[in-house]
Design a protein around this ligand. Structure first.
Ligand code: ATP
Ligand code: MG
Length: 170
């Protein structure tokens, strides 16, 4: 498997800066993309998502989905999903949530807190955003993009391309 990896590191000095980073990051997103977030309690994941949602054009106030694991926000024909797996024990607990369907829908943008709990269910093609507590108001935030190029995807691209040329056949 050939993963092309790129990474950017940011230091924010307060929660407003983290929100702004989320808002700016939202402009890099395409529909169908998944943002996997990792980091301790209070490291800024929800704060980042608040900015992200604002950047996507969601006007509704974002609340931390402490007891509700999956929250969805309408974005025209698209939807933004904010998922918080903190209270989910393991992969088994995740299976019943219907996340695979949500993530497969190319109209959805999905941001997941405590994404490490997804284990193998986490798609390879995703953004990884890691949050580290530096000091009371300082956080280190690392944004990484993975472009999975596995044999199945390459095959799919080949099929799509061959369809594109079908009408040219004599
Ligand atoms: N630079 C910063 N970035 C983000 N949050 C900050 C920063 N400095 C201080 N804070 C504070 O840290 C807390 C971050 O909380 P937040 O809910 O975003 O964390 P979280 O990673 O989502 O935690 P949890 O795992 O409990 O969901 C907030 O109270 C926020 O005001
Ligand atoms: Mg949170």
């Amino acid at each position: 498997m050939d993963n092309i990896k790129s990474e950017k590191i940011f230091i924010t000095n307060n929660s407003v800066e983290t929100q702004r980073l989320g808002e700016k990051f939202s402009k890099s997103l395409k529909r169908g993309e998944i943002i996997a977030m990792y980091g301790d309690l209070g490291s800024g994941k929800t704060t980042f998502v608040q900015g992200l949602a604002k950047g996507l054009g969601i006007k509704r106030r974002m609340i931390s989905p402490t007891f509700i694991i999956v929250r969805s926000y309408k974005l025209g024909v698209r939807s933004f999903y904010h998922i918080d797996l903190y209270r989910v024990a393991d992969e088994k607990g995740i299976k019943g949530l219907g996340l695979e369907e949500i993530m497969e829908d190319p109209q959805n943008i999905v941001a997941i807190e405590w994404a490490e709990k997804m284990g193998d269910l986490l798609p390879k093609k995703r953004w990884d955003v890691r949050f580290k507590y530096v000091s009371e108001d300082k956080r280190k935030i690392t944004i990484e993009k993975f472009k999975a190029r596995n044999p199945k995807q390459i095959q799919m691209i080949k099929i799509q391309n061959s369809k594109r040329f079908e009408h040219l056949k004599i």
